[in-house]
Design a binder for this molecule. Structure first.
Ligand SMILES: *Cc1c(COP(=O)(O)O)cnc(C)c1O
Length: 348
């Protein structure tokens, strides 16, 4: 028997492991009690991220899901309506948390990761109406995960946020993959964040750190967010170890995201050659590939199983829909091998 090689893991960009130099940076960083504001490394990261995002202040949040939940608590009241894009993380991947925590209802609009200012205005419910729930927040996810890492065009973002401001509606950017949107468009993270009242970013996705997210915005908004972080049980102590990994990632892993995008593109172009695969190549702009299987082909579950036998891990996103994500721990050669093995798994 030949020795088992580690699988090429394309299930998510969250599967990356901290590198040896990242672990060294974590081990030697100074730490303190962050609830007393005394962790020098987290303070350094918060200042740096506030500057990168062009906001007054940034606040450490343990996960992206908690960042979304705290954003909802901070910018809405129970019973409010929040307009989000169809397929957003808040609706589909947070086990109903928005209803349980903030007590809001979510109205999904648009398609393929994108909606227009006109669609937002049409969906916006007025304040003070005798039956309608008031819309108090609009959320945009950039890049949009379920739509396949789609980048929302910035002129649209600006028009939506302007329409929101005109109506007294707050705006929130779920930027778990904002770094990827920046790498794909050349717009700085600050430019992409500028139209929004509140922004989240993650260190545990494309940047390859073991965990952590941040919320960034004005001092007033962040003061409220800090209270809800404590309420959610998300205020931590010597969290500088994680911040050291995030600082290392900003120094060493940010500039290489274009490699992940090129690898994803390669995978997409190879798989698009399979007669049983449907891929909209125009939408493959970042590190997420969503592809569909034709009715005469195998199901997504069958492809996931057959690929695993070939040493490639992917994720079934629907009965005939598969997701593959490129990241720090898969090379160009890995992606070439994965394309061949996935093709075999689909054609078998
Ligand atoms: C992964 C993700 C989150 C949540 O992040 P976790 O750290 O896994 O809780 C939020 N929004 C988007 C768009 C994501 O892809």
């Amino acid at each position: 028997m030949k020795p088992a090689e580690p699988a090429i893991d394309l299930r998510s960009d969250t599967v990356t492991l901290p590198t040896v130099p990242m672990r060294e940076a974590m081990a030697r960083t100074p730490v303190g009690d962050d609830q007393f504001g005394e962790d020098p490394t987290i303070n350094r990261l918060q200042e740096r991220v506030a500057e990168i995002l062009g906001k007054e202040r940034a606040l450490w949040i343990p996960t992206g899901t908690m960042a979304n939940q705290i954003a909802l608590r901070t910018l809405t009241r129970p019973g409010d309506d929040v307009v989000v894009c169809a397929g957003s993380h808040t609706v589909h991947h947070e086990t109903g948390a928005s209803a349980a925590n903030a007590g809001v209802q979510l109205t999904e609009i648009g398609a393929d990761g994108i909606f227009s200012a006109e669609q937002f205005v049409a969906a916006c419910k007025p304040a003070g109406h005798i039956v309608a729930p008031p819309t108090t927040l609009v959320e945009i996810e950039n890049t949009h995960n379920r739509a396949g890492g789609v980048v929302v065009p910035q002129d649209r973002v600006e028009r939506i946020c302007r329409a929101a401001r005109d109506r007294g509606v707050a705006s929130y950017l779920d930027g778990a993959r904002l770094w990827n949107a920046s790498a794909a468009t050349g717009h700085s993270p600050a430019a992409l964040s500028a139209p929004f009242d509140l922004v989240s970013v993650a260190f545990s996705k494309g940047l390859g750190a073991p965990g952590g997210s941040m919320l960034a915005g004005s001092r007033t908004i962040l003061e409220r967010a800090q209270r809800y972080r404590r309420m959610a049980g998300g205020a931590m102590r010597q969290v500088g170890f994680f911040a050291a990994a995030a600082l290392y990632a900003l120094d060493h892993h940010l500039d290489r995201l274009a490699e992940d995008h090129a690898n994803c593109r390669l995978l997409a172009e190879r798989l698009a050659l399979c007669p049983r695969v449907r891929i909209d190549l125009d939408r493959v702009r970042t590190n997420i590939l969503i592809f569909h299987l034709t009715p005469d082909g195998p199901t997504a579950a069958e492809v996931v199983d057959a690929a695993r036998d070939q040493g490639v891990l992917v994720f079934a996103f629907g009965p005939r829909t598969v997701r593959a994500v490129t990241h720090l721990d898969v090379s160009r050669e890995d992606c070439e091998a994965a394309a061949d093995r996935l093709t075999r798994a689909i054609e078998a």
